[in-house]
Design a protein around this ligand. Structure first.
Ligand code: RFL
Ligand code: PHB
Length: 389
């Protein structure tokens, strides 16, 4: 088998890259370890920056998002019982789009099917070879047989646990990591969202987030212990705890119902440098992780895809290799800013085990400064809606 770009991982990064390259007449094959149903059952991100919305448009997959997505011009920040709004539109002229990652992925799969593009599911033992030569290839096992996929380039879009990052020799690779001492317990429920906008809430009992997918589908999160399991939390326990962590005016409006999904995600900041090795380029969670507080994970995956897509199109159309040679440098410059923002929002809004009274006063002062200062709100808003590519 031969293709121009072998894409390892059929999550949002791999599928979006593949669809954008397809639009430019560049042939790709996507190799995915899991089944399509499994990929589509993962409930993850919900907030899209304009840059990602524009990439969806360029990929020709924006119709449903434009119809069913919700434009959010601001967000609410709460500290105990007090809350205030950060008005993205007034401060930056920009907004975010609330549209689930599951839907983004579904739209991309459907577009690929319609275009007859190849996505191979249930591939195991996927391994890239000869990445530091002009003739890389990938081997994998599928339906009981070993296959070989020859290609010009490999895109490692295989998420945090995928094999591609490990192909960068240890002598070259540097990894930067911060693991937070808590997780997020998330619940999806078929209830109307408590507010038209998201509420990020710092409370004495820990962080809570009220988010949504549509008018009758809410997504809520609470900070939890890393040792907790979703089974430790009945629905009633979850709703009781959420009520205690959001302002009373929101509690009064909260409609609860059975959870249709409940999961715990650990929180981590992680960056791998460089993001390329020979003819392999890492995109998305394969190269970096952010804690979800700034809603940046999917969006940073999209920004990598943006740089790589443009670099590959320039290579194939004009033989121009500047974009390819500088991919890692260009992508990392934006990634580190998203890392900083996600770390800052996480630090601002969570309870940390080692926090003393002074630390809590610092958090209160930081939130009060954000409430009272247009400069601070502008800084938050421009990061939240997404820095320019
Ligand atoms: P993914 O989505 O992990 O996809 C990687 C794909 O690679 C496959 N794979 C392999 N395939 C072949 N061979 C192998 N050996 C393979 N190993 C792995 C996997 O099966 C998978 O299909 O990475 P990608 O594409 O880089 O996308 C990244 C995003 O999924 C992630 O950053 C976001 O979901 C993070 N995130 C959020 N991001 C936002 O921008 N906004 C949000 O509001 C937001 N909320 C969240 C989040 C992540 C969360 N969790 C569960 C981690 C909320 C949560 C709770
Ligand atoms: C979500 O809706 O899943 C979501 C929204 C905002 C975040 C994280 C997750 O910061």
């Amino acid at each position: 088998m031969r293709t121009q770009v072998a894409i390892i991982g059929g999550g949002p990064a791999g599928l979006l890259l593949s669809q954008l390259l397809h639009q430019a007449g560049i042939d790709t094959v996507v190799l995915e370890r899991r089944s399509r149903d499994y990929v589509l059952s993962r409930i993850r991100a919900g907030v899209l920056e304009t840059g990602l919305v524009e990439l969806m448009q360029a990929a020709g997959v924006s119709e449903r998002m434009e119809r069913d997505g919700f434009v959010h011009d601001g967000t609410l920040i709460a500290n105990g019982n007090e809350q205030f709004r950060v008005d993205f539109k007034a401060l930056t002229g920009n907004h975010v789009m609330v549209y689930g990652q599951t839907e983004v992925t579904r739209d991309l799969y459907e577009a690929r099917d319609a275009a007859g593009c190849v996505t191979l599911h249930d591939c195991s033992g996927v391994k890239p070879h000869d990445l530091d030569t002009d003739a890389p290839y990938v081997t994998f096992l599928r339906e009981g047989a070993v296959h070989r996929l020859d290609c010009d380039f490999v895109a490692g879009c295989d998420g945090f646990h995928g094999p591609c990052r490990q192909e960068i020799p240890q002598s070259v690779r540097r990894e930067f990591e911060k693991v937070y001492p808590f997780g997020w317990l998330g619940v999806l429920s078929e209830t109307p969202p408590v507010d038209d906008e998201l509420i990020y809430s710092n409370s004495g009992r820990g962080f809570a987030l009220c988010s949504m997918r549509n008018a009758n589908l809410s997504r809520y999160y609470i900070q939890c212990q890393l040792s907790d399991s979703p089974d430790d939390w009945t629905d009633d326990m979850f709703w009781d705890e959420l009520r205690r962590r959001i302002p009373e005016e929101a509690t009064a409006r909260l409609e609860t119902g059975p959870s249709i999904e409940k999961s715990i995600a650990p929180l981590r900041s992680f960056v791998c440098e460089p993001m390329q090795w020979g003819r392999m380029f890492l995109c998305g969670d394969a190269a970096h992780i952010v804690p979800p507080t700034g809603a940046k994970g999917l969006n940073t995956a999209a920004s990598d895809v943006n740089y790589l897509w443009r670099a590959l199109v320039a290579w194939y159309s004009d033989g121009e290799r500047g974009g390819i040679d500088t991919y890692s440098e260009t992508a990392l410059a934006r990634i580190w800013k998203a890392e900083r923002f996600s770390w800052w929002m996480t630090t601002l809004l969570h309870r940390f085990p080692e926090q003393n009274d002074f630390d809590i006063r610092m958090q209160d002062a930081d939130i009060a400064y954000l409430r009272d200062s247009t400069a601070a709100q502008t800084a938050m808003a421009e990061n939240y809606v997404g820095l320019p590519y």
